[in-house]
Design a protein. Structure first.
Length: 135
């Protein structure tokens, strides 16, 4: 509650300044912007993840919706193939192979990406977990 107070003061100050200068102002939810920027725009535009997240925020302000592309689906399947060990899957190597958490995350992603969905918030949260575990 205490950390929300400075944010509200900052948003109010920015809103007043935008009205004073005649600049349009729109609040956008920052939910999953870093994840979307990491998976969709970071490599495409060769920018850091924070710049890609700013791009996602700008696209949201313009009214665009971020959808899961075919490229992203192929990338998830490629990550799964790279993490699957062929020599001896019963013995995990040091830093190699697939952990139980990553395996569960990939299983959930496959279920959600295979069906036609309109709300992809759950997909982006799973992609966030996958990105953090693969790094």
């Amino acid at each position: 509650m205490a950390s929300n107070f400075p944010f509200a003061k900052m948003v109010g100050a920015m809103y007043r300044r935008a009205v004073k200068e005649g600049v349009p102002f729109k609040l956008v939810s920052p939910r999953h912007t870093s994840t979307i920027g990491y998976w969709k725009y970071m490599k495409r535009y060769a920018v850091p993840v924070h710049c890609a997240a700013a791009l996602v925020i700008g696209r949201r302000a313009m009214g665009f919706r971020e959808r899961v592309t075919e490229e992203l689906r192929q990338l998830v399947s490629q990550i799964k193939q790279n993490l699957t060990r062929k020599d001896n899957p019963d013995r995990p190597g040091e830093g190699k192979g697939m952990t139980r958490g990553v395996r569960a995350c990939l299983r959930q992603l496959e279920e959600r990406l295979s069906g036609e969905q309109e709300a992809y918030n759950s997909v982006w949260s799973n992609l966030k977990l996958l990105a953090l575990s693969v790094r």
